[in-house]
Ligand binder design. Sequence first.
Ligand code: ADE
Length: 231
Amino acid sequence: MNIDIFTLFPEWFAWFSSQRHVSNVLAAGTRLKCVNPRDHTPLSGGQVDDTPFGGGAGMVLRVDVLDCALRAHYGVDPVALREQRRVIALAPGGRLLDERLVEELAGEPALTLLCGRYEGFDERIVEHFASDVVSIGRYVLSGGELAAMVLCDAVLRKLPGALGDERSAAEESFSAALEGNPEYPHYTRPAEYRGWRVPDVLLSGHHEQIAAWRRERSRERGAPAPGRDEQ
Ligand code: ADE
């Protein structure tokens, strides 16, 4: 998979790329590249944003700047780019990122992520360049970078070789193996701590009973409970 991230803060992704599960998939051939729109701006002084028409606080990422950056990187009109690959603008009001969307994106050969800053994007970026608008939650971050990292983290751990043990991904929360439910609880040594005992079945060595217990706990966690937020 090829992931390009358009961000004014490419240095943030150096730390992200060095994390084990990310570096594992990068070593296995996945590419993650940052492009800084500031390096391609046609405006003087490295300008990339401007004040919003109609007034209001903050700055808005300019459509002409992103047009130049996308065109310089891909060598095509960005309007045509979204026919070739998913171009995802990160914004608080977009489609909420969930396991279904993560699975869908993990099956793509290439992704382009657009990180807004300050007040976000000129809307024409979203209208004409993006194929998707994705949100990681209904709250406002100071930019799309952390959202892009969350999306990449969730997608990359689906790729072969990301996790040491492939079973970790197969039986994790919301997977088909768990019928879309959250994962069952885990315990490790000590078997008893301050009087809090690990469930006996997990110490029993009976694999079928353990599997049945885990499925049951997972189903319980998936059942709507009062106060649990539904989307
Ligand atoms: N940019 C700012 N806030 C965001 C959010 N919650 N999700 C995605 N991108 C964002």
